[in-house]
Design a protein around this ligand. Sequence first.
Ligand SMILES: Nc1ncnc2c1ncn2[C@@H]1O[C@H](COP(=O)(O)OP(=O)(O)OP(=O)(O)O)[C@@H](O)[C@H]1O
Ligand SMILES: [Mg+2]
Length: 370
Amino acid sequence: MSVTITIQDLVKKYGDTTVIPELSLEIKQGEFFTLLGPSGCGKTTLLRMIAGFNSIEGGTIHFNERVINQVEPGKRNIGMVFQSYAIFPHLTVKGNIAFGLENRKLSKAEINAKVDDILKVVQIEPYKDRMPKNLSGGQQQRVALARAIVIRPDVLLMDEPLSNLDAKLRVDMRNAIKDIQREVGITTVYVTHDQEEAMAVSDRIAVMKSGVIQHLGTPQEIYQRPANVFVATFIGRTNILAGSITKAAGGSYALQLGSGYAEELSNIEVPRADAAANTLNVQISVRPEEFILTEDQTGMKATIVHSVFLGQNTHYFVDLASGQRVEITQESKASQILEPGQVIYLKVKKEKINVYDAAGDLNYTRGARL
Ligand SMILES: Nc1ncnc2c1ncn2[C@@H]1O[C@H](COP(=O)(O)OP(=O)(O)OP(=O)(O)O)[C@@H](O)[C@H]1O
Ligand SMILES: [Mg+2]
């Protein structure tokens, strides 16, 4: 049976250093939940607290109604997969997968049936009698995954399980993991610092910095309406521009971007504390694909520095009049790649960009939490 994990006011300290200050979070039953964030932000620490390998300095973790703070790791009914495969080198594939079942004192027939089932799910049946050293990295990782899920855990914890694999295999394996998780329906907590991988597999993602959740949402919400400038720059690529917004008629705002370029925005909501000022300085997040190249001369003037042809799209690095270098993406045209030195004019897709307060902490764009 898979469970809901409720984390309340959880604190982790190593000595005098607080790594996680009062973190609260609910991971739903059957959900594929990802912890994402830069190196050292506390992802592994939090995962090890859920697993029972780290002490807890404050708060509680529930599996459904049950507080598990004091429950030994072996009694939490958890399956785990780590970056290093950690499969037993002296046991065959079958032996590795059966190991956790043998500890549970099942009959031989029951064990064989369960192992055969899971071998099919992770698609390593043909290799069942091989020793791990005769398997590829991806195959070994499937063994680790099979071994973790064959015991029917309540919770599956995975810490960077794909980071030792090459790019192509990572993509194949992440699709396999997602399919298997969906089929088996185990509440899963997945750790990665690869944001594309996180978006591809997750139902929801918590983006962390210094032990604090910066944004919790679906991949779409986090990409399209990042809660703050840190999240905007961490997820995908973006350009952060300085500008200002000025109150206009009918509740809309005039966005001033660089010199001589303005747009009317109707989806801005400024909290009362900031709304007293008529004009506010803001940071604007414009992703490369949110720029429009225009023919007329009403946009921001920019000069092409260099271009990178990537097939379907061409990336251009351009210098704005302010001297700031930004990256823009345009669908490649058959005939034309813009040349270095060429002057262009840029506008933004105003329904897509995100507008933040001057500190970059607050998203003024309505629908910030879609
Ligand atoms: N046993 C420990 N004793 C003291 N500090 C620790 C210990 N383990 C981790 N830390 C510190 O806690 C912080 C969080 O570490 P953690 O391993 O959770 O990061 P992470 O998000 O998993 O990073 P990475 O992406 O590099 O794996 C780091 O600053 C780390 O140095
Ligand atoms: Mg880690």
